[in-house]
Write a protein that binds this ligand. Structure first.
Ligand SMILES: [Zn+2]
Length: 118
């Protein structure tokens, strides 16, 4: 799901994108002309594996997310409190790419199957 920044409506709107069995449902609104806020939830099942033994390990996700999205670089001092900022440099927002990077961030955590946890 890709939207041109200049076509982003003034009014809040909703997105719903999927990657495999994981979905991102969120509301998106304009903070400034070049800055969007995406607040929602990542839910579904992530096909993952145990980080110790490699056994398949589906991970149930139900996580609140807040992503700030900018059209080009924004000065950090201006939005210095932003922890989760995604910058796009081609004038378009790609919500699938945002979901993908959130999923990759979740995958970078460690997950252990029941056998390894005990
Ligand atoms: Zn294991």
């Amino acid at each position: 799901m890709i939207i041109d920044f200049r076509k982003i409506p003034k009014e809040e709107f909703e997105i719903d994108v999927k990657e495999g069995e994981v979905s991102l449902k969120a509301r998106v609104f304009k903070k400034k002309s070049n800055l969007l806020v995406c607040q929602g939830k990542i839910s579904g099942t992530l096909e993952h594996h145990c980080d110790r033994c490699g056994a398949p390990l589906p991970v149930a996700l139900d996580e609140a997310v807040e992503v700030w999205i900018s059209d080009g670089a924004i000065p950090l001092e201006e939005e210095g409190h932003l922890l989760n900022l995604v910058e796009f440099f081609d004038g378009r927002v790609d919500f699938c790419a945002i979901l993908h990077s959130e999923v990759e961030a979740i995958k970078s955590d460690y997950f252990y199957c029941q056998t390894c946890e005990n």
